[in-house]
Design a protein around this ligand. Structure first.
Ligand code: HEM
Length: 520
């Protein structure tokens, strides 16, 4: 029996066993790491043999040295390279980190027709926030949840949201009316608050004063922080390490914001579950009918697979966080750049305004049945998100080898980047690609276009589940804005500069336009 103070003895034999065990563990780790490095080097070499490596790659930092102003340098270079390399080229982001960037419709189709998992390089930075939501999950889990969530985007569900989009846009326009006519405003800031307001209503039935309150709501501030911190981490080599990030000031701020948004979603889910339980005790049918619309949370709570199993609270939270991220800033970016294009092209702006006025006849609410008549506005929105795709780059990790139509192949484990921005400016695909020409999207001119030439919402099995939601919001907002305001560029400031972050943003100071009320 051991007494207090006894030290457990390690005899000679145990000591030798322990030493050997340690050596074996270290050897296994070293062998595994060496094999993994060797495989990466071989994969990279094979990729570089099949596909051109553009000039300017540094021996250690690769093409990162060309990133330039917040990634804009490399974005412009990639557009230049697409003139020389028609389909794809290699991009090096460090000594071992390398991907094949594809931007020709035939190549994009080959990648997007499969459901390979998202690449860890970018999406892992989102995982602590979005967990295993639709955007970041893979395999059977993604497949099941995608099937469970798809009914939530049926047009019957989306119909009542158009009224909510009108409501949020009108709050933004009321704010604009309070400004002096001819004021210059950062449109991005306004559209971002407006789409967040809409998303809170459609996803969670949260009607907040986020657009009018002077004090920033904690939840909204945390969502902004998380998006900004994720972008910053992606372009800072040192912060890519989980350990360094966890110890850094940014990492601590990220964790705090993550906890805040998770707690917020958890509280709303619990409250809604309680409310649903209460409703079961009353007349369930009657209570559901009284509610004016189903929000995404209702859909998530009701979803059942064929075995009758629903989503857990953690899964619901991940999906709520995913919608809040994927669904607001992307739409804000699309709207801000559409307004910018229309400000620069007064002729197209006037045509859109005429269409909006004819459709609205003085009303301040767009309704579902009016949306199909917004044909010219739809063409302008599409052309704007061709020129300024809200999601400029998407990454995939090949789970099996991929052969392209011309016979070139990429081995399993390769990282592929689908550059929406380069594809949308590829001179082998688009005539005068830099020109804003909404008529490209007329029915006539769209005939015969490759289905993978224009992919702002991605394509194939992992396309954007919210694309109709987003297009409805964009059309509604543009119609209501142009009915009441005229937009012109602010020539006292430099031209807004697009920068490819997680979404296409405008470089500081932002995207400023002059707004003039037409009703004052
Ligand atoms: C103009 C607005 C939008 C654009 C340009 C856009 C674009 C995209 C793109 C390119 C993807 C593929 C991303 C990837 O594969 O990594 C995607 C995925 C996704 N989007 Fe959107 N999106 C928009 C709005 C929305 C909205 C409003 C919602 C929700 C209400 C939404 C929810 C999602 C989700 C959940 C996914 C992941 C789908 C999956 O992998 O199954 N998006 N979006």
């Amino acid at each position: 029996m051991t007494k207090p103070g006894d030290v457990f003895p390690i005899g000679g034999t145990s000591m030798i066993t322990l030493t050997w065990a340690t050596i074996v563990v270290i050897a296994v780790v070293v062998v595994k790491v060496t094999i993994s490095l060797w495989n990466t080097v071989r994969r990279n070499q094979k990729m570089a043999k099949e596909f051109p490596v553009p000039p300017g790659s540094h021996w250690l930092l690769g093409h990162m040295v060309l990133l330039g102003d917040e990634g804009r340098g490399l974005m412009l270079k990639a557009m230049e390279w697409s003139k020389i390399y028609k389909y794809a080229h290699v991009i090096r982001m460090g000594p071992l980190l390398q991907h094949c960037s594809v931007y020709h419709p035939d190549y994009v189709k080959a990648v997007m027709s499969r459901a390979d998992r998202k690449d860890d390089y970018v999406y892992s930075f989102l995982r602590p926030w979005l967990g295993d939501g639709l955007l970041t999950s893979a395999g059977p889990k993604w497949f099941r949840n995608r099937r469970l969530l798809t009914p939530g985007f049926h047009f019957e569900i989306l119909k009542p949201y158009v009224r909510l989009f009108s409501e949020s846009t009108n709050v933004m326009l009321k704010n604009w009316e309070e400004l002096k006519s001819g004021s210059s405003i950062d449109v991005f800031h306004h559209t971002s608050l407006m789409t967040l307001d809409s998303m809170l209503k459609c996803a969670l039935s949260q009607h907040t004063d986020c657009q009018t309150s002077r004090k920033t709501n904690d939840y909204i501030a945390a969502v902004y922080d998380l998006a900004d911190l994720t972008m910053k981490r992606g372009r800072t080599l040192l912060l890519r390490s989980d350990l360094i990030y966890a110890l850094s000031a940014d990492g601590k701020k990220y964790r705090k914001a993550c906890n805040l948004v998770h707690e917020y979603a958890k509280r709303i889910i619990t409250e809604r579950r309680e409310a649903l339980k209460q409703r079961h005790t009353q007349d369930d049918e009657e209570a559901t009918n009284k509610k004016k619309y189903l929000d995404f949370l209702d859909i998530l709570l009701k979803a059942r697979d064929e075995d009758g199993n629903g989503l857990t609270d953690a899964e619901i939270r991940d999906e709520v966080d995913t919608f809040m991220f994927e669904g607001h800033d992307t739409t804000a970016s699309g709207l801000a750049w559409t307004l910018y294009c229309l400000a620069r092209h007064p002729g197209h702006q006037e045509k859109c305004r005429k269409e909006a006025q004819e459709m609205l006849q003085g009303r301040t609410e767009v309704t579902w049945d009016l949306l199909p008549s917004l044909k010219y506005i739809t063409m302008c929105v599409k052309e704007a998100i061709r020129l300024f795709p809200p999601v400029p780059m998407i990454f995939r990790h090949l789970e099996s080898p991929l052969t392209f139509p011309d016979g070139r192949t990429l081995p399993e484990g390769s990282r592929v980047g689908i550059s929406t921005n380069t594809l949308h400016h590829n001179p082998h695909v688009w005539e005068n690609p830099m020109e804003f020409d909404p008529l490209r999207f007329s029915t006539e001119n769209s005939k015969g276009r490759h289905p993978f030439a224009f992919i702002p919402f991605a394509a194939g099995p992992r396309n954007c589940i919210g694309q109709h939601f987003a297009m409805n919001e964009l059309k509604t907002a543009v119609a209501l804005i142009l009915q009441r305001f005229s937009l012109t560029p602010d020539n006292t400031l430099p031209e807004p500069i697009p920068v490819p972050k997680l979404i296409m943003r405008a470089k500081k100071p932002g995207l400023f336009l002059k707004i003039k009320s037409l009703t004052a």
